[in-house]
Every structure is written in structure tokens, then in C-alpha cells.
Design a protein around this ligand. Structure first.
Ligand code: SF4
Ligand code: SF4
Length: 365
């Protein structure tokens, strides 16, 4: 973004703070939607405050400090403020992108969190965000490629295992890259654009060599990164729920007889506009009840934007808030993102948490 474009966004903010709460009917209870502002409690941690801080940085009026780094990096880039501001002001300024831009400027100045330096080092050494020795799959056939992603591969393995089983049950010929590297999302979200380049170039080469025509993702973060940062690839990009919906007429699904509520992952919902496919699928296999904060006004699980690795307490608090809300409407919480599942599960206090593909795999007759 050009400096003028960013300043334009900053000057347009009327400081009304309506981007911090839901927009239900005025007589209803209003809920918070900005996790970082709600947790830290100071204006600087809400969108309008962050915009002022950014202006200070652009004008060279602010010096580096621990507090400043906390403000810059504690935003989960969930996009809730953007959706709400757009609805009220009709001005389309993507705050997630603007706050990501703020991080790029911070990185240029050398303002990097120690926790993020560790993360960068891990990715440099192992090409995944968890510092794990690379696991390999032997799947090499077909026009469809399943891009597994770091969290499904190394932490929430039930998701990748369910996706593979599901594809096998449906006789889909598919491949998995033998040498898949992190898509770069984690680095890009924390402003490390230069660090992400090698990962992106590697994956592009591997995918071109594979000859795949469609790539399916269980991770919305990977999908969004491919859409934004892999322009050289001329292939179809689909989230698992879009792919399953496409197969829908051929699926024989049994109803699992469970009550569930659906948590919209920020990357899938607000950032990619995919709200209905997961709900369509779930409605065929379970009884869905909505939480009050859903779709554009969902509450973030608290893990995105490099927050989980740097501000664990805040990240866990945000997940617990979501779990509390989910418990009020159902016994089981379902999402469609490995990173959401990871954080929600770690803070679930016994509540069952699944990804949509796990339940679909179970429901396939
Ligand atoms: S809703 Fe928009 S104009 Fe109002 S404070 Fe938030 S960012 Fe600023
Ligand atoms: S992107 Fe999310 S966490 Fe960041 S300021 Fe906006 S609402 Fe708050």
C-alpha cells in the first residue's frame, strides 16, 4: 500500500468505536468483537487506536518500546473491525491489510518480537512453523492436490487423516507434495515478507512440477495465502468444504444425531467470504445451532496473526471466551480450520471440538 492510501484510511476514522461491538438490534445485548482491545483494555489495542499508532510510526513520532511492540503484534488480524466499519461507514478500508502493513514497516525498522525471531528460525531450519522433522506422504496421482499445511500435518493430524480417508472412500485420485513447505502465511502475517519468499517460490516450483489442476486445502490460512501470494499459479484453489459441497450429490451421508455449533474461522469467513458451505454440509449430518456472534460478526479464536506464538495468555483467553459462548448453545463445537481447532481444543475445558472434515468422514456411509 502507498503511504497516502494508508493515511487516507487513518483520516477517515471518526473514532466512533462502533467497530468494537456487534451490531445486533439496539434492544439486544451488544457483544465485543475485537479480542485484543477487549483483553488489554486500552484504546491503542482497538482499531481506531491502532490507526493512530500507525500514523505516529509513519510520521516518525514514536520510538520503539515493549508496549509499542505489544500493540503492533497483538492484533489477531481477525478483520471484525473492518467488517463492522464497512457496514457503518460504507468505506472499504481493509484494516487487516493495514495492520499487516504496519508490521511490515515495523520489521523494516528492526522492531521484531523475540518470540517471532524464534518462529522465523524454526521455519528457516525445518520449513514448517513447528520445527518438526518433515513428514512425507506417498500420494502422487491425479489432477487434484491436497495441500496439507503445517498444523494439520504436525499438530491436528486427525484433520489431515480424515481428509485423506474421505478422499480415499470417494475414490478421488489425488496427490500430496512430497516436499511441501510452509505456505508462508505465518511469516506474512507478522510482516516478514522477505522471509516468506523462498517458501513461496519452492511451493510454486513443486506444484508446477506436479501438474495439478486443482488444489484443496483444509487450512483457510494456506488457501488465503495461495490466493493472495501465489499469483503465478494458474490452478483452481478450493477449501475442503467447497470441495465436499461440489461432491455433494454423490455423497451418502448419515446423520450423526449430534447437536453442534459452528465457529467461523476468520480466514475462511471474513477474509474469503466462505460462510455457507460449512453450514450446508453440517446441516446434513448434525443439528446446527448458531452462536450469537456468527458469520461477519464472529468472535476470533485468538490464534491468528502470530498472536498464539507471542501472547499465549491472551490467545487462550480469546479461545475460552468462544468456548463459553459455544457451550451456551451446543455440546460440540465445529470449525473448518486446523489452527482454530488447535487453539479451541487446548482451551476447551472438556468441550468436544472438531473440524468439518472429521465429521464428514465419520458420516460417510
Ligand atoms: S467503526 Fe470505523 S470509523 Fe468508527 S472507530 Fe472503528 S474504524 Fe474508526
Ligand atoms: S483485526 Fe481483530 S483484533 Fe485486530 S483490531 Fe480489528 S477487531 Fe481487533
Amino acid at each position: 500500500m502507498e503511504k497516502e492510501e494508508v493515511l487516507n484510511g487513518i483520516y477517515r476514522c471518526a473514532k466512533c468505536k462502533l467497530c468494537t461491538i456487534t451490531s445486533f438490534h439496539p434492544r439486544e445485548e451488544l457483544f465485543p468483537i475485537c479480542p485484543s482491545g477487549e483483553y488489554y483494555g486500552f484504546q491503542a489495542f482497538y482499531a481506531p487506536g491502532r490507526l493512530e499508532i500507525l500514523k505516529g510510526i509513519l510520521d516518525d513520532d514514536i520510538e520503539e518500546s515493549d508496549e509499542l511492540l505489544k500493540i503492533i503484534y497483538s492484533c489477531t488480524l481477525c478483520g471484525a473491525c473492518y467488517e463492522k466499519c464497512k457496514e457503518i461507514t460504507k468505506v472499504d478500508l481493509n484494516f487487516s491489510e493495514i495492520f499487516e502493513e504496519m508490521r511490515e514497516i515495523a520489521v523494516e525498522k528492526g522492531w521484531v518480537l523475540d518470540a517471532h525471531k524464534d518462529l522465523i528460525e524454526k521455519i528457516r531450519e525445518t520449513h514448517n512453523a513447528y520445527g518438526e522433522v518433515q513428514s512425507r506422504y506417498q500420494r502422487k496421482e491425479g489432477d487434484i492436490l491436497y495441500f496439507v499445511g503445517c498444523t494439520s500435518r504436525y499438530r491436528e493430524k486427525e484433520i489431515s487423516e480424515s481428509m485423506i480417508e474421505l478422499l480415499d472412500k470417494l475414490n478421488v485420485n489425488f496427490q500430496i507434495l512430497e516436499d511441501e513447505w510452509c505456505c508462508g502465511s505465518t511469516l506474512l502475517r507478522i510482516g516478514q515478507v522477505e522471509e516468506a519468499k523462498e517458501l513461496i517460490e519452492h511451493n510454486i516450483d513443486e506444484i508446477k512440477r506436479s501438474g495439478a489442476k486443482t488444489i484443496v486445502f483444509t487450512c483457510p490460512g494456506c488457501l488465503m495465502t495461495f490466493k493472495k501470494n501465489y499469483p503465478q499459479l494458474n490452478v483452481e484453489l478450493l477449501h475442503s468444504t467447497q470441495f465436499i459441497e461440489r461432491l455433494n450429490p454423490n455423497l451418502r451421508l448419515k446423520n450423526l444425531g449430534i447437536g453442534v455449533t459452528y465457529h467461523d474461522p476468520c480466514h475462511l469467513g471474513r477474509h474469503l467470504g466462505i460462510y455457507e458451505e460449512p453450514r450446508e454440509i453440517l446441516s446434513k449430518i448434525a443439528n446446527i445451532k448458531e452462536m450469537k456472534r456468527n458469520r461477519e460478526q464472529s468472535w476470533c479464536c485468538g490464534s491468528g496473526g502470530g498472536v498464539r506464538s507471542a501472547f499465549e495468555e491472551f490467545s487462550s483467553w480469546s479461545a475460552r471466551e468462544r468456548i463459553k459462548e459455544a457451550r451456551g448453545v451446543a455440546d460440540t463445537l465445529v470449525s473448518a480450520c486446523p489452527f482454530c481447532k488447535h487453539n479451541l481444543n487446548d482451551n476447551s475445558d472438556g468441550m468436544k471440538v472438531y473440524d468439518v472434515v472429521e465429521l464428514v468422514n465419520r458420516a460417510l456411509e
